[in-house]
Write a protein that binds this ligand. Structure first.
Ligand code: NAP
Length: 328
């Protein structure tokens, strides 16, 4: 049931929650949120970070990050996130393992209700990231967790010496396919076109890996199996041929969608629901900044999200300073 906010009190949830006034509330704990927390903490704002259900977001599920400067051998995604968090905590950022469930940005201080508290924030940084897009084919939902997965790092281990398919032709699909070859007997990449979207390095690595095979110009129309995935139905989009392909696992990496539903109707968004920001990370509401994949469908790198987080925090710091100067 959707709970509507009638006024700035805990009446809306029917439960009395503790009220907390904060200078800066950061929603999200991926590279964007954690970098924002570091910068804001160093400015003594004592930012509160709502981590959401997955501390670290998508990166924490990445086996190895090879393109974040400073780690020439690469670094595990979860380890990198832990380092980000420790650094922000060292300067006074406060982490709450909690999620925002309702916001009201129509007036200041901004209202955010979580499962545990009601926050009143003078400024806010939204760093809620993005989530994997689903194929939306029959069998996908029913067999998720029983052979269908969106995370090779989480589930690859279950497919030791098994045959799996990976759907998608971008960097994620190839990177995750390469990771899956550690466990799987074979990894077959199913791509809907005749050429891959992924960059040259990953393309070359995948092509050189004897465990990786390709089925091009094809889409998955059904995922089949009772208690576990047994096969997929594929359709060749060029000649229309439909055929069964036996497999033990289906890994889907076909892009992402921003986690911005909470802010719909309150912040300007583009037609794909990415929050619109200017070059200063400023949303359509003054004092509300956005960093990382909630506003960035394009770069989607740890370093770009972290950079946006730092920039958003610097702007939030200015915003709060200006308010103090105006009111004093
Ligand atoms: P992406 O680049 O958008 O690629 C999505 C892939 O899925 C495309 O090949 C697309 O096909 C395919 N696809 C989309 N919808 C589909 C559907 N309904 N059915 C079948 N196939 C579908 O997404 P991504 O791979 O997640 O990468 C996103 C961004 O993150 C990119 O900028 C990428 O460079 C970056 N990234 C970088 C790295 C790295 O540098 N190591 C790693 C991961 C991601 P089409 O090609 O036909 O559109």
């Amino acid at each position: 049931m959707e709970i509507k906010l009638t006024n700035f009190s805990s009446v809306s949830s029917g439960v009395t929650l503790p009220k907390k006034n904060v200078k800066l509330l950061i929603i999200g704990s991926g590279p964007a949120g954690l970098s924002a927390a570091l910068y804001a903490a160093r400015a003594d704002l004592k930012p509160v970070v709502l981590t959401g259900t997955e501390m670290g977001g998508q990166v924490s599920l990445t086996y190895i990050v090879e393109n974040y400067p400073g780690f020439p051998e690469g670094i595990g995604g979860a380890e990198l996130i832990e380092k980000f968090k420790q650094q922000a905590e060292h300067f006074g950022a406060v982490f709450e393992f909690d999620s925002a469930v309702e916001v009201n940005l129509s007036k200041s201080p901004f209202y955010v209700r979580t499962y545990q508290n009601e926050y009143f924030a003078e400024a806010m940084i939204i760093a809620t990231g993005a989530s994997a897009v689903h194929l939306n084919v029959p069998g996908e939902t029913e067999l998720t967790g029983r052979g269908v997965s969106y995370c090779a790092t989480c589930d690859g281990w279950f497919f030791k010496e098994k045959d799996v398919i990976v759907v998608g032709g971008g960097d994620s699909a190839l990177e995750e396919s390469l990771f899956l070859t550690r466990y799987a007997k074979s990894v077959t990449i199913i791509h809907r076109r005749d050429s891959l979207r992924a960059g040259a390095i990953l393309k070359n690595r995948a092509a050189a890996n004897p465990k990786i095979h390709f089925i091009m110009n094809s889409i998955v129309t059904n995922i089949l199996g009772e208690d576990a995935v047994k096969s997929v139905k594929l359709k060749n989009v060029v000649n229309g041929e439909i055929f069964d392909h036996p497999t033990d696992g289906v890994f889907i990496f076909i892009g992402h969608t921003p986690n911005t539903q909470l802010f719909e109707g309150q912040l300007e968004m583009d037609d794909r629901k990415y929050i619109r920001i200017n070059h200063l990370m400023q949303s359509s509401v003054p004092g509300v900044y956005v960093a990382g994949e909630a506003a960035d469908p394009h770069f989607r790198q740890v370093i770009t999200s972290a950079g946006m987080g730092a920039a958003a925090a610097m702007q939030a710091i200015h915003f709060l300073q200006d308010r103090v100067e105006i009111s004093s």
